[in-house]
Design a protein around this ligand. Structure first.
Ligand code: SF4
Ligand code: SF4
Length: 353
């Protein structure tokens, strides 16, 4: 069955115009459920790395929070800690960064909560019936609330080709150990003949797993967390991952974790922001990041699979932008598997408002 995806076409940098388009999507489409009075509603966001300037805008978060409050709910915004070094590795630095990037309560109208605690370990274990992953640790509120709102800034992604709603849920709503398990099938290796010992991968690796030995890069596989950042750092194609089986396992684990998380919420609303679409995701990008296509606007749906598929189709209308930029189109396999696993429908009705 096809799901409805609503699209507010927009090419503007004016935050007020964007916020009013978002309000239209919320108020005129019937996407928002009947919330219970005083219901606490979690809103998933990602603030991006400290160097990233293209992440989700606080003004958009504020517009959603205002819409939720109008419906007499008590929303909060949240994210989890990341598995690599930087300012989102623990809740203290993460919250400070959020404040500095404009996500303070006073700016967006709701508190920001780091859902997996100070160091990213606080949560509850859930079993998954799967050949690829057997359990997952999730923030403890998952399973205790009826509703979920997921806001995603659309970008390319070094491993999945595309980062949208499904990835935001699978990685962004898992505790650190479960992020690691999802990535763990990816063990990059160095092709020595191609390595020029430039050291870019050494600087880029967020867990210091790469060193230079005898003028070649060497990856410590025990330390590596499979984030894939060295792949984008190397300009000599000297770092390889197994784009066959290993990456498929990564996609499948990601989809299965997203499926389990989404099954814990009755009411779901997903919003994709297709502005400033960069080659790399907000964990890697900085102010020099390449913008790979023009702005499209805002898309919303209650079905994450339809929403991501519609977003990709609009971006790739004339050309497979992600394939061209990233050299891979993994998102097709992600979406097909997500649809097979019942996360949503790959077919959709696009309704432009
Ligand atoms: S970035 Fe590539 S070429 Fe440079 S040291 Fe690393 S593997 Fe070698
Ligand atoms: S994938 Fe590369 S950058 Fe990421 S942790 Fe492993 S060696 Fe480091």
């Amino acid at each position: 069955m096809k799901s409805d995806v609503y699209f507010a076409k927009l090419r503007t940098n004016d935050p007020k115009e964007k916020a009013s388009a978002l309000a239209r999507l919320i108020d005129q489409t019937g996407l928002v459920p009947e919330y219970k009075k005083d219901e606490i509603v979690p809103v998933k966001i990602t603030i991006g790395d400290s160097q990233c300037v293209y992440n989700l805008r606080p003004e958009m978060v504020k517009a959603i929070i205002t819409a939720l409050k109008k419906r007499k709910t008590r929303p909060f915004i949240f994210d989890t800690n990341v598995i690599y070094t930087g300012e989102r590795l623990n809740a203290v630095d993460h919250l400070t960064l959020a404040n500095n990037k404009g996500f303070a309560h006073s700016r967006v109208g709701a508190p920001f909560i780091i859902a997996d605690g100070v160091f990213g370990h606080d949560g509850k274990e859930h079993q998954i019936e799967s050949d690829h992953i057997d359990k997952v640790r999730l923030p403890s509120f998952v399973g205790m609330m009826d509703s979920l709102v997921v806001l995603s800034h659309i970008t390319g992604h070094i491993l999945a080709g595309y980062a949208g709603a499904i990835k935001n849920v699978a990685m962004g709503m898992s505790c650190k150990a479960s992020k690691q398990v999802q990535h763990s099938s990816l063990k990059p290796s160095v092709v020595k003949d191609k390595c020029t010992a430039c050291g870019c991968c050494v600087d880029m690796c967020p867990v210091s797993a790469i060193s230079l030995k005898n003028d070649k890069a060497l990856i410590d596989q025990n330390r590596c967390v499979g984030c894939g950042e060295c792949l984008s750092a190397c300009k000599f194609d000297a770092i390889l991952v197994n784009w066959g089986e290993d990456i498929l396992i990564f996609y499948k684990r990601m989809v299965e974790v997203a499926g389990l998380i989404l099954s814990k919420f009755k009411n779901k609303l997903f919003v994709n922001f297709a502005f400033d679409i960069t080659k790399e995701c907000d964990c890697i990008s900085n102010k020099n990041e390449k913008i790979i296509t023009h702005d499209l606007g805002i898309l919303a749906s209650t079905d994450a699979v339809s929403l991501d598929k519609a977003t990709i189709d609009l971006i790739n209308k004339d050309d497979d932008v992600f394939l061209k930029e990233q050299g891979k189109s993994g998102y097709r396999k992600v979406l097909e598997y997500a649809s097979q696993k019942g996360l949503g429908s790959i077919d959709y009705n696009l309704k432009t408002i």
